[in-house]
Design a protein around this ligand. Structure first.
Ligand SMILES: [Fe+2]
Length: 341
């Protein structure tokens, strides 16, 4: 039993030396933003949450992961268990926050009681005609060019130094459930996609992905849900026309099934657009998966690591070569199996 159950990811916090440059990128990415009187840049989607991306002035880097608790009472329970303080959240929307450090020293800000405004408008998903079913009749498709319409922040990926230690830390405090655990070979876990425990309420396939990959420990990416597939593709076109850096996409993931598109901000932090992801309830359990499942696409651009577009470090190359050999042996022995979350 965990101390509390978080209901969703709340925000990601960064530092960057030029807030106007970050704001220009985030506008092209499809977030609305303002530089507040506290000197921080707060960006938001259309879901009425006051912010989901914060930038403060400083050397570029990832600063904190924000998670949202169900209530201020839960924050108090967490603070007591952790011998931490419940502080006022001095940011748009107000509310309360408990600040903790995870086993790698990453700052985790658990928030509750934030004010919420009404949901903004999202472009409607047009009816589609397929070979078997003609739903759009006597009506043309006409799309408005421009940035994607980001609704919300959906997940964050952190590369940690000890997956099991971090998994325990996050599960014990926040009640995460493993959706897919990734094994490099039988018995050797290198990470897990974890979802919130919302009981019977379906929730994203993952809110947090903890990975233990050979690259540097730290932030890997944060992912934002956009209106629909046309909206994602229009956003891709817009970011490309604005000469931002595309890092992977468009494609459809295997684990989580999302249609994805990854870009980097001006300082190299990776942000993902996604749509049409899997939703599961607490009863849907957990699965084992392979590193091939992690990197493979069902269609679209292969992972830059596999397609040679990104030169892997010698450590990464060695790791994947060893893993490839192990996967062959693994598949030779049998198939996937289920595990407890
Ligand atoms: Fe992602």
């Amino acid at each position: 039993m965990s101390v509390i159950k978080i209901e969703d990811i709340a925000h990601v916090r960064f530092a960057a030396p030029d807030l106007a440059k970050m704001q220009s990128f985030l506008t092209d990415f499809g977030l609305q933003s303002d530089i507040n009187e506290d000197g921080r840049l707060y960006a938001r989607g259309s879901d009425g949450i006051p912010f989901n991306h914060v930038t403060e002035t400083g050397d570029p880097g990832f600063v904190a992961l924000g998670l949202r608790a169900e209530s201020v009472e839960d924050l108090e329970k967490l603070a007591q268990a952790e011998n931490a303080a419940v502080e006022s959240l001095d940011a748009p929307g107000g509310g309360k926050v408990v600040r903790l450090r995870d086993p790698d020293g990453f700052l985790v800000e658990i928030v509750a009681g934030q004010g919420k405004s009404a949901n903004g408008q999202l472009p409607a998903d047009a009816s589609r005609n397929s070979a078997e079913s003609k739903d759009r009749l006597r009506q043309a498709v006409r799309l408005e060019p421009g940035p994607s319409h980001v609704q919300r922040l959906g997940h964050c990926v952190l590369n940690v130094s000890d997956f099991r230690a971090s998994e325990r830390w996050y599960k014990e405090r926040f009640g995460f459930i493993t959706s897919d655990e990734i094994e490099a070979r039988a018995g050797t876990a290198i990470g897990a996609f974890m979802r919130c425990d919302r009981g019977d309420e379906p929730t994203d396939h993952h809110t947090l992905f903890l990975a233990q990959l050979p690259q540097k420990r730290g932030f890997m990416h944060a992912a934002f849900e956009v209106a629909n597939m046309d909206d994602l593709m229009l956003g891709h076109q817009h970011l490309k026309s604005r000469k931002h850096h595309a890092s992977w996409g468009v494609g459809r993931h295997v684990l989580g099934s999302q249609i994805f598109d990854y870009w980097t901000d001006p300082w190299g932090h990776e942000l993902e657009h996604w749509t049409d992801g899997d939703l599961f309830t607490a009863a849907d359990g957990s699965n084992m998966a392979t590193a091939s499942d992690l990197l493979a696409v069902q269609w679209g651009m292969p992972s830059p690591i596999l397609s040679g577009k990104l030169a892997p470090s010698p450590e990464t190359l060695g790791f994947f070569m060893a893993m490839h050999a192990r996967l062959k042996a693994f598949f030779g022995r049998g198939s996937r199996k289920s595990v407890e979350g």
